[in-house]
Design a protein around this ligand. Structure first.
Ligand SMILES: [Zn+2]
Length: 115
């Protein structure tokens, strides 16, 4: 099997996840990880339990969207936790941006100290 995966331009989630290429890559990742969650080692069976997660979101690194090194098998629980952590605000993504602190706290003081 040719495992070389070429990046492609991605403008739309719907299109992306319906592309045959994604299904092929997803299958490769699941087989590589032996249908086990790479975090908790739970066996995942079938599409409902197995999530192929982008370590770096496509919004940040679209060029790695189909890179096997950027993909991992997760169970649903770990996938949700992983996204919650990303939203919690470390480093990498626009997922964090949706959770920006509001302008001020309950007492009316600015929540963020501006420089
Ligand atoms: Zn898991």
């Amino acid at each position: 099997m040719d495992q070389r995966v070429r990046p492609m331009s991605l403008d739309d989630d719907h299109l992306f996840y319906n592309r045959k290429r994604w299904h092929d890559v997803r299958q490769i990742v699941l087989l590589r990880d032996n249908w086990h969650c790479v975090i908790c080692n739970t066996k995942v069976r079938g599409k409902r339990e197995a999530v192929v997660d982008h370590k770096l979101p496509r919004s940040i690194r679209p060029d790695l969207a189909l890179d096997l090194d950027n993909l991992r098998t997760l169970c649903v629980v770990c996938h949700n936790q992983s996204h919650a952590e990303k939203q919690g605000g470390n480093s990498t993504g626009e997922r964090v941006e949706r959770f920006r602190p509001k302008g001020c706290d309950l007492d009316g003081w600015p929540a963020e100290v501006s420089r």
